[in-house]
Design a protein around this ligand. Sequence first.
Ligand code: FE2
Length: 245
Amino acid sequence: MFSFFKKKVYLCDLLEDFHDVHSHLLWGVDDGAPRQDSTDRIAAELVNLGFSHVYLTPHIIYGCYGNQTSETLKARFAELAPYEGLEYRLAAEYFLDEKFSQHLTEPNKMLTMADNHILVEYGLQVTRAEYLDMLFEASLAGLKIIIAHPERYAFAFDGRNMHEIEKLTSKGYALQLNMLSLLGKNGPKVKSIAEELLFKGKYTFLGSDTHSRLYTNTIKEGTISPKVAEAIKPLIANNKEILWK
Ligand SMILES: [Fe+2]
């Protein structure tokens, strides 16, 4: 469906057979779906939007959400009811803090996507692309880094943004764009940084980061320019070809 003047494209029109790489659908483990029925309601919306495969990436943050571990998340994943039309896989979104190094002592136990890719996030207030030593340590352990939604971090906000972003991309770390950032849901500044990074070719993957039906409703109604639509098509292909092997 195209809007009346054909100047905007509905994001969801690009999402047929979409393979998501970032979501909080696994119930009762973080700030995403609280119960199985919540997961199912979000899943129904995702299927309507065209999603066919979804990585469940619960937060692993020390001191938050009951200190989830690979084991506790695998146990919940084993209890998760399937949803027709969606294939689920379990990964995680690791918060970068001093405790992240502890996970690296047993990299084989970490929750990764295909080809040993691992999704990591910064605190939103972080002003520099710090933790570079930790990320390097992770890559030495054989993990391939994906930085979740860099457009949302303080270090992308000011005149240093490209400099700080390039500290990450120059090391070969991939960047994952959030759909809601692109749709302006995190404010105009985040949207403009997202578009700048997108047009400079900095992103590799696109994620929904769905926590609730607020996210799916926004995606359903959201429009983007034809230029943005063209720019995200390779990311959508990368999701499927690289992370869902
Ligand atoms: Fe997330």
